[in-house]
Ligand binder design. Sequence first.
Ligand code: S3P
Length: 430
Amino acid sequence: MSSARFRVVQPARRLRGELRVPGDKSITHRGLLLGAIGSGDSRVRRPGLGADTQATAGVVAALGISHAVHGDELVVRGRGFSGLREPSDVLSCDNSGTTLRLVSGILAGRPFHSFVTGDASLRRRPMGRVVEPLRAMGAQIHARADGTRAPMAFAPASLHGARLRSPVASAQVKSAVLLAALQADGPTSLEQPAPSRDHTERLLRAQGATVTFDDGTVSCTPNGPLAPLDLDIPGDFSSAAFWIAAAVVHPDAEITVRDVGLNPGRTGLLDVLRAMGADVRVEVERHEPEPVGTIMARSSTLKAADAGGDLVPRLIDEAPLVALLAAHADGESRLRDAAELAAKESNRLRTTAAALAALGVEVDEQPDGFVTAGGQRAGGGRADAAGDHRIAMLAAAAALSGSGPVTIDGADSAAVSYPGFWDDLALLSE
Ligand code: S3P
């Protein structure tokens, strides 16, 4: 992990290279948690071991499940739900919302007490979205701020199947409900307003669970023990996205990212890039259990875009990059229906606009997105990552095609999802 509090990024004369990015963060979290509740040794190759997934590894260990890394393989010694033990201390999820929300679905149905918390950012984030559906299944949960914020406490409970509806299109909420559903006494279904990433569903099916999706509703009928996983984790599309965006907005760039996850629930940014006329080519090489392939991105002339609706959950982690792409486009672009950005590691509506404004790029923050005028390029300056990994990397991507050096405060936060980010930046920049 980088320990630098700040980094200075120089504009790059050229961006060239071919790389693999760290293993997918979302799938690695699931490899650990689903491996822990599977019966037997799960093998997870090329896990992404950033600070967030290390938090999940710590939680799994505190629940009595051992795991070990041998070379590029992670082995999780699962013993089924009943192999989990009451943790002797509060479980800390650090900065990771995925850890806290997914583990809530597991703890909700266990016959022991447990307590979960996280860092200051995570303790500010909304948890009512998981507490409410889990309580509707019979979970006994107490949480700060009238059941909406961590720390949270789980008491022993027996869960029953339920028909649920969530107002947010969130893969974390959906996953928490599915993990609780596996412990319930009958079928559970959850309706969400738009599709979101389906890594949990794919992996649970690979473990033999009955999980179906129909007309916006995911359903799960508990059917016995889960098989262990045998999984190759692709590179993280959300990490690759910084290089793709950096390349298309740079005047002399060609970057190839190999072995990247292309789950359609994650690749909304590619749809936006296509609509903007970007020179980005994608080759899909494998399909199961997750689509994986190569992405080639080159310097591009970009048209303005108007993005919103069902596309938003498919680019939720890449939305800050949409503002950067828009600044380099021809005309005014808009991102709508993305109020969820306010509930991320930072309020990304605000921190995206602030980080780019610090570099002289004007982004007009809206309650549900951004409006960005085209024809803007970053100057030199000093941007604050606001403790948010994706804002640190956004500022770096902007700086590469800027006109002067950019100092990024809190640059070390990149290690939450992408520990080698600054080394890869140095390799790609000439
Ligand atoms: C994630 C789901 C998304 C995403 C987050 C990872 C996951 O969150 O923003 O980075 O792994 O399930 P929401 O479920 O809150 O949309």
